[in-house]
Design a protein around this ligand. Structure first.
Ligand SMILES: *Cc1c(COP(=O)(O)O)cnc(C)c1O
Length: 356
């Protein structure tokens, strides 16, 4: 039986994309060669790279003065690359601490230079999005996290910033429309909502590099990858291919506006059940609820084990909450069908009736 995969990351991918990728590993487009055996500088791979980039550009409406890069090292390497490239030796950077990932980004920035934390929701275990902070005009950039994967909070709007904005969109990229022109740099590890682990996408405004007076190791320098079109060294060819296949699927179902509508519907279904079912309660501020990661706990924690069993029996996997929140976390990434959410809410309803 195919499982209902609510895992937080690596997340569920469209079956169509998986099939296509599996075939490309065996025989790429009838070339008699595996995708994994061809040169990354070949015509065949170049076509894959260009197609992936053009899909990103089209689906997100990326303006012409931005580069789309495919790098390695995960979003975690971006935590360091951002300050290395954008934080001047005698300047400062501004960060919003909205969760564990933001916290890790801050830790890296502090190693590179002066880092100011403008606001934090640590006081309430990151259950809300910090708002109404003022942004220092003399900071080099503002760093925010659009969706806090572990805590289930999501930014519904972005601050009007007088300084460049850098955003970690690892867990909600391609889930809803975004005005790329409002950001100088967007990065996302692929394995939540756009592909497999092993590739990180960076969308960067071309003219923001080369402004800091610091020696940057070649591989950590955005300029290297902009100039080489992500082919300075061997790129992660397989993860890039799976991203391409996933984005082709997204395009075929109507692109970002269509998936945004579906994502809203999926999230509304699950939150409605959580709010109306006496056995469950959400863990985050209602106005900041994430459409990607839905965190909740049981009002009778002693029933958790039994509920987990009922969930498992229904073919649902991946809903155990992160250790820092406890309870449950159901991730509703793009490729999760609405039918899986219906199965989940049905299990919750039936479990409440059975134990009432
Ligand atoms: C998963 C995640 C990361 C870490 O990504 P890696 O690719 O594993 O380094 C960073 N930020 C957010 C928001 C995430 O969800």
């Amino acid at each position: 039986m195919k499982k209902h995969n609510f895992g937080a990351g690596p997340g569920i991918l469209p079956e169509e994309a998986l099939r296509k990728s599996a075939q490309a590993v065996l025989d790429l487009n009838g070339t008699g060669l595996s995708l994994l055996e061809i040169s990354h500088r070949s015509k065949d791979f170049d076509a894959i790279m260009q197609k992936t980039k053009s899909l990103v550009k089209e689906l997100l409406g990326v303006p012409d003065n931005y580069s789309i890069l495919f790098l390695q090292g995960g979003a975690s390497t971006q935590f360091a690359m951002v300050p290395y490239n954008l934080l001047p030796v005698d300047g400062k950077a501004a960060y919003v601490e909205s969760g564990v990932w933001a916290n890790k980004a801050i830790k890296e920035a502090k190693m590179v230079g002066t880092t100011e934390v403008l606001a934090s929701s640590k006081d309430k275990n990151f259950s809300y999005i910090p708002k109404n902070f003022s942004i220092p005009k003399d900071a080099a950039y503002l760093h925010v996290t659009s969706n806090n994967t572990i805590y289930g909070t999501q930014m519904k709007s972005y601050p009007d910033s007088p300084i460049p904005v850098v955003c970690d969109m690892s867990s909600d990229i391609f889930s809803k429309p975004v005005d790329v022109s409002k950001f100088d740099l967007i990065y996302a590890g692929a394995q939540k909502n756009m592909g497999p682990a092993g590739v990180t996408m960076v969308i960067i405004k071309n003219d923001i590099c080369g402004k800091v007076n610091r020696t940057i190791p070649t591989m950590l320098n955005y300029q290297t990858h902009i100039e080489a079109d992500s082919l300075y060294n061997t790129p992660p060819v397989f993860p890039i291919y799976v991203c391409m296949a996933t984005l082709e699927w997204l395009q075929s179902i109507g692109g970002v506006p269509a998936i945004a509508k579906l994502n809203q519907k999926k999230a509304a279904m699950l939150y409605t059940e959580i709010d109306s079912n006496p056995l469950f309660t959400g863990t985050t501020a209602v106005e900041d609820r994430s459409e990607m990661n839905v965190c909740f706990v049981m009002t009778k924690p002693e029933l958790e084990e039994e509920f987990s069993k009922a969930v498992k029996d229904a073919g649902i996997i991946g809903i155990k909450g992160h250790r820092s929140v406890g309870g449950f976390r159901a991730s509703l990434y793009n490729a999760l069908p609405i039918e899986s959410v219906a199965v989940m809410t049905k299990v919750m309803r039936e479990f409440a009736m059975k134990t009432a």
